[in-house]
Design a protein around this ligand. Structure first.
Ligand code: FAD
Ligand code: NAD
Length: 476
């Protein structure tokens, strides 16, 4: 039995919940963090979707599969002769599982070191900020919190026509754990998960068809970036079909028949496995008892204001379970901000400057506004583009596909958006986020010395190109 009175109780130990718990403890508060994650083997783990079944295992497989692909297709260009390259998927999956185990164990250690009381179990908020915790064995205890932070995350959307069966029709977690490379794989949804996991299995040898309902590819991204991405994925053999509306799927002995309609009419596809990646929805099952005062919006998200305050006295909510992009770093920032506010400190989340990264090859990353958004808002802007084909470092890396595109206000010179497709785009975007966080201008980037030869010079040159002053590329 745990001491039952806390300053702060956090329900959910994912990337939104555990940082909130740690920061609250750093602020001198008495904190409990409750998490109900269950692994396939029934064991518990902190870290939520991100560490157990999302960001971390997907990046482990993206890295391994990219190395496998490059070893097959690129080593010869570098003058490296190898014997036949073979795949040991079991070893690759063991590495993935090992990374997850190490990282999730690390969260438990971090909570302990911060003095947070970590509890495995399912938390339910009762009126008056009492939290009922049900352990795996069914035993219950009640905790009382001066403040409660809800961080229960999200879960995959399931399509009625394609119910998950855990074997042939799976969600992203299932697709991370295949023990054999499917010969033919169908991914429903050309969003972030579809592109990342489609890339993993394509590189490992599957024929991959991605069915996307919208007519537009990567509608959320700058369309110049999306166009380049479509070109690169096509080159890699990812078969992305737009305007494809799935109507049914039937699993049989030899695989799954997927039926869909597109501009040409009714179509069908025979595959071995289907991954459904059509978005995620907020997860609040069993979280809220009657009378807590916490409200859900029509899409099921917990309603909060810009400070993540729910309106129910001293109840806050952060991460995927509230509005905004479903990203680990967004949840982390919100969790920390709430822990600061509870302690009476100033906090701010820069919602307009949350970077997005898609960890394909080439990587895709952006921050701020797209060219389409600036046009629609009638903003007068200038554009600087620098292709990686003109970067010495990218050439040395044999990674010249893609470009950096910088958008700046024509009058004030403020940077309004940076869009990168190319090697290490996810790392490069950090400089743009920092510059924009400090309300930097294109000139600020132009006057900042970038080491040579680095990929970051591409951002420098894109900033120069915005004023037609690029050195290493013909100004456009
Ligand atoms: P979660 O991580 O979902 O954690 C919520 C936790 O709360 C879970 O452990 C859950 O079991 C627990 N919980 C729920 N209800 C209760 C309850 N009643 N009592 C106790 N515990 C409860 N984002 C990125 O930024 N970068 C990426 O590269 C990235 N890759 C991804 C790849 C995949 C395949 C997927 C699926 C997602 C990916 N995401 C990525 C998204 C990222 O995982 C989420 O945005 C992030 O995990 C949200 O954090 P959270 O803490 O809000 O929720
Ligand atoms: P998503 O919203 O990124 O993409 C879903 C795609 O499915 C969209 O393009 C949508 O138009 C399409 N779609 C919806 N219904 C469909 C249907 N019936 N048939 C065909 N296509 C359909 O969602 P996701 O890829 O499932 O990812 C879920 C969340 O996880 C995202 O919000 C994302 O931010 C997060 N995530 C982030 C990362 C990252 O940061 N690198 C990686 C994976 C997941």
């Amino acid at each position: 039995m745990t001491d039952s009175n806390f300053d702060v109780i956090v329900i959910g130990g994912g990337p939104a919940g555990y940082p909130a718990a740690i920061r609250a403890a750093q602020n001198g508060l008495k904190v409990a963090c409750i998490d109900g994650w269950k692994n396939r083997d029934g064991s518990n783990a902190f870290g939520g979707t991100c560490l157990n079944a999302g960001c971390i295992p997907s990046k482990a497989l993206l890295e391994s599969s990219e190395l496998y692909h490059r070893a097959q297709s690129e080593f010869a260009v570098h003058g490296i002769k190898t014997g036949g390259i073979t795949l040991d998927l079991a070893a690759m999956q063991k590495r993935r599982a090992g990374i997850v185990k190490g990282m999730t164990g690390g969260i438990a250690s971090l909570l302990k070191a911060a003095g947070v009381t970590a509890i495995f179990g399912t938390g339910k908020l009762l009126p008056g900020r009492v939290v009922e915790v049900t352990a795996s064995d069914g035993s219950k205890q009640q905790l009382s919190g001066k403040h409660v932070i809800l961080a229960s995350g999200s879960t995959p959307v399931e399509l009625k026509s394609l119910a998950f069966d855990g074997k042939n029709i799976v969600d992203s977690w299932g697709a991370l754990e295949f023990d054999a490379v499917p010969k033919r794989l169908c991914v429903i949804g050309a969003g972030v998960i579809g592109l990342e996991l489609g890339s993993v299995w394509k590189r490992l040898g599957a024929e991959v068809v991605v069915l996307e309902a919208l007519d537009k590819f990567l509608a959320i991204a700058d369309q110049q970036l999306a166009g380049e991405a479509a070109k690169q994925f096509k080159k890699q053999g990812l078969d992305i079909r737009l305007g494809a509306k799935v109507t049914a799927a039937k699993a049989g002995k030899s695989g799954v028949t997927v039926s869909y309609t597109d501009a040409k009419g009714e179509q069908s596809l025979e595959v071995d496995k289907v991954v459904v990646a059509v978005g995620r929805r907020p997860y609040t099952e069993g979280l809220l008892a009657e009378g807590t005062g916490v409200k859900l919006d029509p899409r099921g998200f917990i309603e909060v204001d810009e400070h993540c305050y729910s309106g129910a006295e001293n109840v806050w909510a952060v991460g995927d379970v509230v509005r905004g992009p479903m990203l680990a770093h967004k949840g982390k920032d919100e969790g920390i901000a709430v822990a600061e506010r509870i302690a009476g400190r100033y906090a701010h989340v820069s919602y307009a400057l949350i970077p997005s990264v898609i960890y394909t090859a080439p990587e895709i990353a952006w921050v701020g506004q797209t060219e389409e958004q600036l046009k629609a808002a009638g903003v007068s802007y200038k554009t600087g583009v620098f292709p990686f084909a003109a970067s010495g470092r990218a050439k040395a890396m044999e990674a010249t596909a893609g470009f950096v595109k910088l958008l700046a206000d024509k009058d004030s010179d403020d940077i309004l958006g940076v869009h990168i497709i190319g090697p290490m785009a996810g790392e490069l975007i950090a400089e743009a986020v920092l510059a924009m966080e400090f309300r930097g201008s294109a000139e600020d980037l132009q006057r900042t010395i970038h080491a040579h030869p680095t990929l970051s010079e591409a951002l420098h040159e894109a900033a120069l190109a915005a004023d037609k002053r690029a050195i290493d590329n013909i100004n456009r």
